[in-house]
Design a protein around this ligand. Structure first.
Ligand code: PMP
Length: 315
């Protein structure tokens, strides 16, 4: 079933009804995956007047970096992307938490799989969104037989549309095997990440995550978690991780904008730690949710506030 989408989108330089934001079936990006996207979350505050968009300028920067990898030429700088997304959010006047999908793509109907000389477009749509992975229980993860695409084949640090065939293959296989999420290894046999999330393990109270050179996406949530962990006095190690190290980890969790912080109960059928959410994971998950809900003044600068126009109630 299709997700419910908000009424308005940004398309071809303006805000239009989502139903009118359509492309040709011959679109280059559709045929060859020559697009890049971002996944951004906005959280409605307690009185329903403001959406707090998490790390919007950073997402905009990563999107423009991904665009660079595709040699896209766009008339938008980071501030323009932030402004357009803020305006679209206000226009859609959400009454709950939202997921925002900005992306760039090559719109030409053109047969050669190439990057230059065929134009670029920027568009945005958005939808209501709750949990992506269940936060009520631990995740059953499996190490995938699908290897994470190496940066030397398709840049993994950017969020490129075509690269998500890799994620879809691994996610599909995991579901087929009764698991919630897949963990992909890279071509060197080191742990990379999940299909739509980065991965952390905890050993002896130390937080460990793979480096960018392990063919992972430059995740924003990963970056936030590292920062918050260090500030909370948790030791952080960014280094390669072996598959067998997962099995003996004390705790493990996935993180991402969609996923947020989802603790892992088992990997390849082996319980992780005590099979419950561990204390470091619990502490970081609480910090993360407090941060996105605007409860931590020290991280308030990570939130872009968008005022939601209030509809006057008939008295
Ligand atoms: N890795 C992959 C492959 C992803 O799709 C995502 C989701 N964007 C992440 C990691 C997490 O990135 P972020 O924290 O920026 O959402």
């Amino acid at each position: 079933m299709d997700a419910k989408i908000f009424d308005y989108a940004f398309f071809q330089g303006e805000i239009v009804p989502f139903s009118e934001a359509n492309v040709s079936i011959g679109t280059h990006a559709l045929q060859y995956g020559t697009g890049a996207f971002a996944g951004v979350r906005g959280y409605l505050d307690a009185d329903g007047s403001t959406i707090n968009i998490v790390r919007l300028p950073d997402h905009a920067e990563r999107l423009l970096n991904s665009a660079k990898l595709l040699r896209a030429e766009l008339p938008y700088a980071k501030d323009d992307v932030v402004r357009i997304i803020s305006e679209l959010t206000a226009k859609n006047a959400p009454s709950g938490d939202v997921y925002i999908r900005p992306f760039i793509y090559k719109p030409a109907v053109q047969l050669t799989p190439r990057l230059r000389g065929i134009g670029d477009e920027f568009a945005v749509y958005m939808m209501p969104m709750g949990d992506y992975l269940s936060l009520e229980r631990g995740q059953k993860a499996v190490v995938s037989s699908w290897v994470r695409i190496p940066d030397a084949a398709i840049p993994s640090r950017g969020k490129l549309t075509g690269a998500y065939v890799n994620s879809a293959l691994a996610k599909d296989e995991a579901a087929e095997n009764g698991a919630d999420e897949a963990i992909m290894m890279n071509t060197a046999g080191k742990i990379a990440e999940g299909t739509g999330c980065n991965l952390f393990i905890v050993r002896h109270d130390k937080l460990i995550t793979a480096p960018f050179s392990s063919d992972i996406l430059e995740g924003m949530t990963r970056r936030s978690i590292i920062k918050m962990a260090k500030a909370a006095g948790i030791e952080v190690e960014v280094r390669e991780i072996d598959r067998t190290e997962l099995y003996i980890a004390d705790q493990a969790f996935f993180c991402g904008t969609g996923v947020r912080v989802a603790w892992i109960e088992s990997i390849d059928g082996r319980p992780i730690g005590t099979g419950t959410v561990g204390p470091v994971t619990d502490q970081l998950r609480t910090l993360y949710f407090d941060m996105v809900r605007g409860k931590l003044p020290q991280y308030a600068h990570w939130l872009t506030q968008v005022k939601i126009p209030q509809v006057a109630m008939a008295g």
